[in-house]
Design a protein around this ligand. Sequence first.
Ligand code: XMP
Length: 515
Amino acid sequence: MEGIGRPIIVLDFGAQYSKLIARRVREAKVFSLILPFDTPLAELKALNPAGIIFSGGPASVHVPGAPQPDLGVFQLETPILGICYGTQLFAHMLGGKVERAEKREYGIAHLEHNDTTGFFAGVDEHTQVWMSHGDAITQLPPNFEVIGKTENCPYAAVADASRHRYGVQFHPEVVHTPQGARIISNFVHHVCGCDSSWTMGSFVELAVKRIREQVRRGHVICGLSGGVDSSVAAVLIHRAIGKQLTCVFVNNGLLRKGEPEMVQQVFRDNFHLDLRYVDAEDRFLDGLQGIADPEEKRKTIGRLFIEVFEEEAHKIGHVDILAQGTLYPDVIESVSATGGPSATIKSHHNVGGLPERMHLKLLEPLRELFKDEVRAVGKELGLPEDIVWRHPFPGPGLGVRCIGELSKERLQTLREADAIFIQEIKRAGLYREIWQALVCLLPVRSVGVQGDERTYEEVCSLRAVTSEDAMTADWYRFPDEVLQRIANRICNEVKHINRVLYDVTSKPPGTIEWE
Ligand code: XMP
């Protein structure tokens, strides 16, 4: 691809780790794409890949219907790297033998390599790797040689260097293979010959060009929330087309303290975006009156947002395109190991449905990026650190953190507690290691004593989690004194709260938000 080099394609055989493989390739500054394992050859060829990586997967090559790629990939000259199932698969397809391993291997193993091909260049001869497999190669296909073994796996790394085909039984993409990033980097640079052209600077240049080509003389509307994704998308589009972009910021009354002011200051005053500010607080609070059910709340907020947004679009007139900050993890057609779509846990609020309703085309300039890349693009574009490193914030905002029925007063209480929580986390220097931190106001009251007075007030629960991608999360272990300071400040400074809890539930079984 012009400017960013030829991609490495990760063929996804249902691995948990496909996204991680693609990220590791990008960390080596090479563009990568994940595609389903059965992507037709013509489609692969059209992308002109510099290399193909077969991911792992839960299947056994012997199971009827085991996932297989288009056989034509073996006729291409393109280098191939197999990982776990990916390696077994091409060993099996190229005339080797794969059997149930006598000793399964899960967890840490020690690899010894004797490689002369350059595949393990710079990797220690004895190095830790992460294994997770039941099947294993028992006979090599023709032309292959062993370049690495572990105690239980004599074919831990294999190669047919003349055809640029490599396979590893272990997982180089996970952190438990400490030199795995090096191995992936060797494959993409030395074997596939990629240069380090995937940088956020080159991405911005390319994105600006593509946005101009797509928009031409049209007019773009973008819902700006002040979150990382929509902020980066807006500023990137603005760089490409300037006044042909209008951003709409809806104050739904469910925002954090100081948020409306901050967004207007950054985007209107600093970046000079055409920003329409809509004060819809009363409209949202009226619409949400009497609603305590989480799904009903979410649907109401989503519906009202669309109504308000649509009205604004009509005021602007002549809008043809809707911009969204969609990211790569949302668009990857991952292969489900269990088959079938997963159940809806919560209806996420976004502007889904709008494009069809308003006959708008979609502009999604970040749809190839992972979250950390979006942050890097934000930095490249000069967005303030506060926005670039912001924790995720759900579309329905404080609406799903004010448990039970909402009121202006309860939202104000929650807003104040949230501001203290975040301020103290930042003061302790912990903000970046926490994926997300939030306060929920619970629908119970508790008895307390303040001064010599009995109080009967509200209870809030703090939640802070670490996570890679929000699919799973662990609760964050605060130093005691930080928690203590936060609890003290909230009880002392926030009117109506007299008790503070800390949530120690991981995800699963809990979700990150309470509703
Ligand atoms: P849960 O609560 O499902 O949340 O563990 C996972 C991540 O998604 C965020 N979240 C949302 N983001 N619109 C969004 O854009 C939404 O409606 C929404 N609901 C939850 C949540 O904050 C967490 O980061």
